[in-house]
Design a protein around this ligand. Structure first.
Ligand code: IPE
Ligand code: MG
Length: 235
């Protein structure tokens, strides 16, 4: 049995959930994003110390402008100073993992404000993946490593797995133990490809707005029933 330290979630199915109710897709995003705080609380109740949430991918820019605009507004709403007090009171630190240069200024400010207001918190680290994709993350990591070499902070021979891992956006977190994807698709969609190297994968048909504490418990029970060998064999 291996403690579930780091849970990753691909929050999928918002649009289909709304369409099923004959509502606009953005209604699904509203429901989905408004439950982020509750989700973190459920994770705390399960003794999970690291949570990584995939909210917007580097490919999601290809959606209609109206939908992208809507999604760019949610950080400002869920991380108002009033809401952030709840995060602080519960020991939650927010870290934005993703490209910082492309999102609108207001989105960036909201995310960076959430990061700075919660940076002293240590109970739960929440990596919020927004404009995140593994390919882009590797570009960013390689760029940082090359800069380090050019600035003579280290040399070519110093490149090893730890150095690469420490230059990923998620460097404050251990690798992901368990990945839940809601919404029924069975793919990784460019999410944390290195960090998921030995993760257990779990796919559920439940749309993200319907995913609740019971569904999380069911998924976690599945995790603890698995045998994680990390390439070793039973002895
Ligand atoms: C997940 O819901 C949220 C984001 C990717 C932003 P979707 O918007 O992908 O919902 P479906 O998959 O179309 O139902
Ligand atoms: Mg989807």
């Amino acid at each position: 049995m291996k403690q579930l330290n780091h849970l990753g979630i691909i929050l999928d199915g918002n649009g289909r959930w709304a369409q099923k109710l004959n509502k606009d897709r953005t209604f699904g995003h509203k429901q989905g994003m408004n439950k982020i705080f509750d989700t973190i609380k459920w994770c705390q109740a399960e003794n999970i110390a690291y949570v990584t949430l995939f909210c917007f991918s580097t490919e999601n820019w290809n959606r209609p402008v109206k939908e992208v605009d809507y999604l760019m507004k949610f950080p400002g709403q869920i991380f108002s100073d009033k809401e952030l007090k709840k995060y602080i009171a519960n020991g939650i630190r927010i870290i934005w993992v993703g490209r910082r240069t492309k999102v609108p200024k207001k989105t960036r400010q909201a995310l960076e404000n959430a990061e700075s207001k919660t940076e002293q918190q240590t109970k739960t680290i929440v990596n919020l993946a927004l404009d995140y994709g593994s390919g882009e993350e590797l570009v960013s990591a390689v760029t940082k490593i090359c800069q380090g070499i050019l600035q003579q902070k280290f040399e070519l021979n110093d490149i090893n797995q730890d150095l690469i891992y420490n230059n990923l956006y998620t460097c404050a977190s251990p690798p992901i133990d368990f990945l839940i994807r809601t919404g029924g698709e069975q793919r990784l969609s460019n999410f944390m490809l290195l960090q998921l190297g030995y993760a257990e994968l779990y796919f559920t048909k439940i749309y993200w707005p319907d995913f609740d504490a019971i569904a999380l418990k069911t998924a976690i029970a599945d995790y603890y029933a698995r045998d994680r060998r990390f390439g070793r064999i039973e002895v």
